[in-house]
Design a protein around this ligand. Structure first.
Ligand code: ADP
Length: 319
């Protein structure tokens, strides 16, 4: 294999740049030419791709987002759209592809693989929702951003004796809420994977006041419902002074943490090596401190479960 391409697609996440940088430099170290595709699959269809060298990926390891740009493309979901994309790759003599993105992007990558393009996927998502990997690129940074916010909100909740609801991202998955909630010492963590009743939450809040807790921090995963609505309900039902903070896209940005830079660099190196070894149709995951090859068909379209032990511990520690 003499020429490969790298693409970032779907939702951006901190660490994508570190992954691109590692993929480019590892490929160059193996004497392989690398191209960068701009703006996700939309750029693949529009033939928006250029050759990268080692300097093209300098000064990006510390930056969030993705210097290649990313996008969502409806056209790529159609066969004619993907045929255009494949034709463009072939016209440049690109023999292998590394796709960095979430479940949708990896599903698209699988389809390219089915059309004969040699491809390896890397799990890039702040949500940690991809099956076949213990962690996704971007998750650690997002959780640390959420934790920093929780720490600050705790100061003000404590000063005023308030109930503070913090809504975090995660789509239909509770990993960010659970991890940031446990690390941030939340009194309750509401995630889509564990059913809850609003009445019970109010009861629990009043009980904890009676037990001497002066204030409460609740972390709500966006997939568990609107924290704004829940806050209104709690205020009305309990009479407790309640405030809501929806963290939103701040969780998507920022300099990637050490863990994310290492994860991205290691996964990308393995991706290049696997491609050069002739592998295709796989995602590189991280499991038990090791980079592992996972058939991409196994990884996509599934929901990764939360760790029930982590949830149990969070519950015990919140008493
Ligand atoms: P993410 O990769 O972050 O999950 P999306 O789900 O929006 O983000 O997917 C990113 C892009 O991947 C989409 O805009 C589309 O171009 C492509 N994609 C998603 N799902 C499919 C699919 N089922 N078939 C082909 N391409 C897809």
């Amino acid at each position: 294999m003499k020429k490969i391409a790298v693409i970032t697609s779907g939702g951006d996440c901190p660490g994508m740049n570190a992954a691109i940088r590692a993929a480019v430099r590892v490929a160059l170290a193996h004497g392989v030419e690398v191209w960068g595709i701009r703006n996700g699959y939309a750029g693949m269809i529009a033939d928006n791709m250029t050759k990268l060298d080692s300097r093209s990926v300098g000064d990006i390891i510390q930056k969030g987002g993705t210097f290649l740009g990313t996008a969502r493309s409806e056209e790529f979901k159609t066969l004619p759209g993907r045929q255009k994309a494949v034709a463009n790759l072939q016209s440049h003599g690109i023999e292998g592809l590394i796709v960095i993105g979430g479940d949708g992007s990896l599903t698209g990558a699988k389809q390219l693989g089915d059309m004969g393009i040699k491809m390896v996927g890397l799990p890039g998502s702040i949500d940690n929702d991809i099956w076949g990997t213990d962690y996704t690129i971007g998750f650690d940074t997002a959780v640390n951003t959420a934790l920093e916010a929780i720490n600050k909100l705790r100061d003000t909740a404590s000063a005023h004796g308030r109930v503070m609801l913090v809504e975090v991202m995660g789509r239909n998955c509770g990993w960010i809420a659970l991890t940031a909630g446990l690390a941030g010492g939340a009194e309750s963590i509401l995630i889509p994977e564990v059913p809850f009743s609003r009445e019970d939450i109010c009861k629990q809040l009043l009980e904890s006041r009676a037990k001497g807790k002066q204030y409460s921090i609740m972390v709500v995963a966006e997939g568990a419902g609107s924290a704004i609505e829940l806050g209104q309900y709690i205020r009305t039902k309990t009479g407790l002074e309640t405030r809501v903070s929806v963290l939103g896209h701040i969780q998507r940005g920022g300099a990637p943490t050490v863990a994310d830079r290492l994860l991205a660099s290691r996964l990308a190196e393995t991706a290049v090596r696997s491609l050069l070894a002739g592998k295709s149709g796989i995602m590189i995951g991280y499991h038990n401190q090791q980079c592992v090859e996972v058939p991409i068909a196994d990884a996509v379209g599934k929901k990764k479960d939360i760790d029930p032990e982590l949830y149990r511990l969070a519950d015990v520690l919140s008493q």
